[in-house]
Design a protein around this ligand. Structure first.
Ligand SMILES: [Fe+2]
Length: 473
């Protein structure tokens, strides 16, 4: 049997290629939008991808089922309660798909979404113990899929959580302890709240260690899995809808057109958003006025999807050679509206200082000084509710980042706002020009976690605590 996991760290997304070496037949499960890796691997392994299976309609990325079907002629399959707007071969609960000796068994496991399925993999058709189970977003390592993402379209989190409880107990925990567990997401995913760093486990280990599988009543389970979830990124509803539709196919190698400064300024004046994908330090030193910094190092697409409306036209400012990567990573969440990228940005900034702005970031000490010196300082904490449990800065306004566009009116554009120096992997989104604020660049505040620790974030938090600037929540 061929079994390969693909793990895309920037979206915490796992997909799978499963094949039968003897028959040369293979399937791909939950593919990412750019599918060349699967196609190249299948060729090298001597198998043909004949089917794409989606465990459910993903909300956190735009899946590559249409691209893969186009490239390979594969049929697309979902569980039989899914009704996308393109032809599929639906899969029923209990159905067995033979690839030769390798057999896949479909289990309908609603809960994260109504149409979710899991796929039990048998290396040999007559094996009593499965090799593993692909659990999609039903069961993660250390967590289960959140049931609250569909509340906006009429299915309540409570109903789905109850379905999830039954799916876990009657469809997955009935598998032998040795069965390996292969989820669709790992740590960092907004599809759950406590995902572990591991990308595989076993049913037995999850039975013993996963908080959501501990002995509890259905009501207790509903309570446990609906509490403490982060605010879903803005783009989730868009990507979920787009995954159900016919849409244009991605050409992953095509770089965005190079644009002159004049054209970029024209597009910006017409409402396009300019994303600067360089590192925060480079952005800080000089950037196009009213551009947004979302560094490519990190969860670039997800952060873009948290602050930029899905239908917004986008212009990129990127280092030479990285514009194509920025475009591809936006395409992975379905943001295909990249008009182009500023040609040779460093030369442009050098030659046109009149369009360049700088922004500052503050260390913990500088932040404390600023708070004391400016009594009307406006502090905006954009972390998610589960990140602010250990305390927030006194007088801070709490607006989770995905809500910032909608809730911008709670901010006073006439009052100054600071931006502390964030920890390395703390969300490094900076937003210039928010709400038309005065005094040039306005920068979103991404305070690092206020819990202590020896790292830079911890020192920042300690400094605030020492200065009496932290209040409990
Ligand atoms: Fe999902």
């Amino acid at each position: 049997m061929i079994f390969k996991q693909y793990y895309l760290a920037c979206l915490s997304h796992a997909s799978y290629l499963i094949g039968d070496e003897q028959s040369g037949r293979a399937v791909v499960v939950d593919p990412q939008r750019d599918v060349s890796g699967y196609v190249t691997d299948a060729e090298a392994m001597g198998v043909h991808i004949e089917r794409v299976i989606e465990t459910h309609f993903h909300a956190d990325f735009l899946s590559g089922h249409l691209e893969l079907a186009h490239e390979t002629g594969a049929v697309i399959s979902y569980g039989d309660s899914a009704t996308p707007k393109f032809p599929i071969e639906p899969l029923a609960d209990g159905q067995r798909l033979s690839l030769g000796d390798v057999v896949l068994e479909i289990r309908h496991t609603p809960g994260h979404t109504p149409e979710s399925i899991s796929i039990v993999v048998y290396e040999h058709a007559d094996d009593a113990t499965p090799y593993g189970v692909l659990t999609g977003d039903t069961l993660f390592i250390g967590d289960v899929g959140r049931p609250d993402l569909l509340s906006s379209i009429g299915v309540t989190a409570d109903e789905l959580a109850r379905q999830l409880y039954h799916s876990l107990h009657t469809k997955l925990l009935t598998l032998p302890d040795e069965t390996k567990v292969f989820p669709a997401h790992g740590a960092g995913s907004a599809c759950g709240k406590a995902l572990a760093n591991e990308t595989e486990s076993t049913i037995g280990v999850q039975r013993r260690t996963n908080y959501a599988l501990a002995p509890m009543t259905e009501d207790e389970f509903v309570e446990a899995v609906t509490q403490g979830q982060s605010v879903a990124p803005l783009y989730f509803a868009f990507s979920a809808a787009k995954n159900k539709e016919w849409r244009s196919l991605l050409d992953e190698a095509q770089p965005p057109p190079a644009l002159s400064l004049e054209r970029v300024l024209q597009e910006q004046a017409r409402g396009a958003v300019v994303i600067d994908s360089r590192d925060p330090a480079e952005f800080r030193a000089g950037h196009l006025a009213r551009s947004i910094n979302i560094g490519l190092t990190g969860r670039f697409a997800e952060y873009a999807g948290e602050v930029i409306p899905a239908d917004q036209r986008i212009v990129l400012v990127a280092l030479p050679g990285s514009a194509v990567e920025a475009k591809l990573r936006l395409a992975r969440i379905g943001f295909d509206n990249v008009i182009g990228s500023l040609d040779d940005p460093l030369r442009v900034f050098h030659e046109h200082p009149e369009i360049v702005q700088q922004s500052s970031r503050l260390t913990g000490d500088a932040f404390v000084e600023r708070v004391r010196a400016l009594p009307d300082l406006q502090i905006v904490d954009v972390r998610n509710p589960n990140e602010t449990e250990s305390g927030i800065v006194t007088s801070a306004v709490l607006v989770p980042l995905p809500r910032l566009g909608a809730d911008a009116e709670v901010l006073d554009p006439t009052r100054p706002m600071p931006c502390p120096e964030p920890e390395h992997d703390v969300r490094n989104v900076q937003h210039a020009g928010l709400a038309g604020a005065a005094a040039g660049a306005v920068v979103l505040v991404h305070p690092p976690a206020l819990a202590g620790g020896g790292d830079r974030a911890g020192r920042f938090a300690d400094r605030l605590a020492l200065a009496g600037l932290v209040r409990a929540r």
